[in-house]
Design a protein around this ligand. Structure first.
Ligand SMILES: Cc1ncc(C[n+]2csc(CCOP(=O)(O)OP(=O)(O)O)c2C)c(N)n1
Ligand code: SF4
Length: 286
């Protein structure tokens, strides 16, 4: 049986203390704890410091374009039902350039996990305002403070029919590990948003800031994680600063709903791609 060590890939070059270390460790630990082997898992990532996770994890990997991890990951999940697919990236990648894919992935409910490392800033490009930056947040790209109010990814996901929603914090690995494990075991599209501090460029949303402000929904009396409206209300009331499993629903996945559809010819073909097959495929699309 694979252990956490078996999932370790290239040596990370993230800054010491970067929140992304904990996110990756939680994924690798969760994978080993639910009995996966590296060849049972595929990690698809976008561009950003966060996007490096597909290189630093020993599994099938696809480091895609900025904001494009979700379309690739959904295709990979639909085409490889025996492989556990995880899409991953930053808040800029997923809620900025990739936000259109995000909404459609949520409503499509393909069986996969989406792990977002939310540091409220663009880390890789050295500290610009991101879609989750607070209003008034000062960076090189917003020297007078960010004018726009931040996006609300959790409420957006709930409004569009998400079937599993959780939020974690890199400063609480134990909780994060449990959340990621539950997300991997969920049948359907699972979003885990993780507050993952950028220690180099974000001096506002720090570990201390999150430690002081986050509340765990499991400490609430009678929090019902099957109640979508209550999840939206709670997130609103707490200004998004909640952690834990916020919502879960059992609903048919995209694969369940399409199981009786005639298979697309290309998907049935033996991918021994010689020129005759390629010409045949080309003709189908002409
Ligand atoms: C199409 C395109 N536009 C812009 C960029 C430049 N770029 C690279 S990473 C990035 C944002 C990274 O921020 P985030 O997704 O939050 O990840 P982090 O680095 O903070 O982990 C941007 C704008 C790019 N690589 N490709
Ligand atoms: S720049 Fe920020 S997000 Fe990127 S590795 Fe360093 S601490 Fe992490």
């Amino acid at each position: 049986m694979a252990t956490l060590k078996d999932f370790k890939g290239d040596q990370p070059t993230w800054c010491p203390g970067c929140g992304h270390f904990s996110v990756m460790a939680s994924l690798q630990k969760a994978a080993s704890e639910i009995g996966l082997e590296p060849h049972d898992m595929g990690v698809v990532s976008g561009i950003g410091c966060s996007g490096k996770i597909s290189e630093y994890t020993r599994a099938y990997g696809f480091h895609t374009l900025h904001g494009r991890s979700l379309p690739i990951a959904q295709g990979a999940a639909l085409g490889n039902k025996d492989v556990q697919i995880i899409a991953s990236g930053g808040d800029g990648d997923g809620y900025g350039i990739g936000v259109g894919h995000f909404i459609h992935a949520v409503r499509r409910n393909v069986n996969m996990t989406y792990l977002v490392m939310d540091n409220n800033i663009y880390g890789l490009t050295k500290g610009q305002t991101s879609p989750t930056s607070q209003q008034g947040f000062i960076t090189k790209s917003s020297p007078k403070g960010s004018v726009e109010s931040p996006v609300h990814p959790l409420e957006t996901a709930l409004a569009n029919g998400i079937t599993f929603l959780a939020q974690g914090f890199s400063g609480d690995i134990k909780q994060l590990n449990e959340i990621v494990k539950a997300a991997l075991q969920h049948k359907g599209f699972a979003l885990v948003n993780v507050f993952s501090p950028c220690v180099t460029f974000n001096k506002v949303n720090t570990y201390d800031y999150y430690k002081e402000n986050l509340v765990d929904v499991s400490t609430f009396t009678n929090y019902d994680k099957t109640d979508r409206m209550n999840a939206i209300k709670t997130i609103r009331e707490k200004n998004g600063l909640v952690t834990g499993i916020l919502f879960k629903e059992d609903k048919p996945t995209f694969t369940d709903l399409t199981k009786d559809f005639p298979e697309i010819a290309i998907a049935k073909q033996d991918l021994n791609l010689d020129s005759t097959i390629l010409e045949k495929i080309e003709k189908q699309f002409q």
